[in-house]
Design a protein around this ligand. Structure first.
Ligand code: ZN
Length: 118
C-alpha cells in the first residue's frame, strides 16, 4: 500500500482494498486478485443461450421456403382449400347478383317499353 498514492475504500464495509483487488475481499467470498479473477471470468462467462431457431440468414433457401410456408400455414389456417372455397363462393354469389340485376333491369326496360313510358 506504500506505492499507492490513494486508497480505494469499499463503499459497503468501509475497508481499504488491496491494490490488485477487483472486488472487496471481505464483502465477496474469497479474494479475487487479477490472476484468479481473469481465470474465473473465463470460466464463469455466461454462455449465450443456444439459438432456438436457425437464423434466416444462415439457413438454406429450401429450408427458408419451408419455414415461410409452415409459418403461413400456422397463421392463415391449416390449408389453402378454405380460402379457395370461400373465394369461389364469393365469386359465385357476385355472379348471381349480377345476373339478377341484369334480369331486373331488363324487366324494367320491358315494362317501360310496354307502358309507353319515355
Ligand atoms: Zn467491502
Amino acid at each position: 500500500m506504500s506505492d499507492q498514492a490513494f486508497e480505494i475504500i469499499c463503499p459497503s464495509c468501509k475497508q481499504a482494498l488491496p491494490a490488485n483487488a477487483l472486488a472487496c475481499p471481505t464483502c465477496t467470498k474469497g479474494a479475487t486478485p487479477r490472476a484468479t479473477a481473469t481465470r474465473t471470468a473465463v470460466v464463469e462467462l455466461p454462455s449465450p443461450p443456444a439459438p432456438r431457431v436457425e437464423s434466416a440468414k444462415t439457413m438454406s433457401l429450401k429450408d427458408y421456403h419451408r419455414r415461410v410456408k409452415s409459418n403461413h400455414r400456422r397463421l392463415a389456417g391449416p390449408a389453402d382449400e378454405g380460402v379457395v372455397r370461400r373465394g369461389d363462393s364469393a365469386a359465385r354469389t357476385a355472379a348471381y347478383m349480377i345476373a339478377v340485376l341484369v334480369v331486373v333491369f331488363g324487366l324494367l326496360l320491358g315494362a317501360s317499353a310496354a307502358l309507353g313510358w319515355p
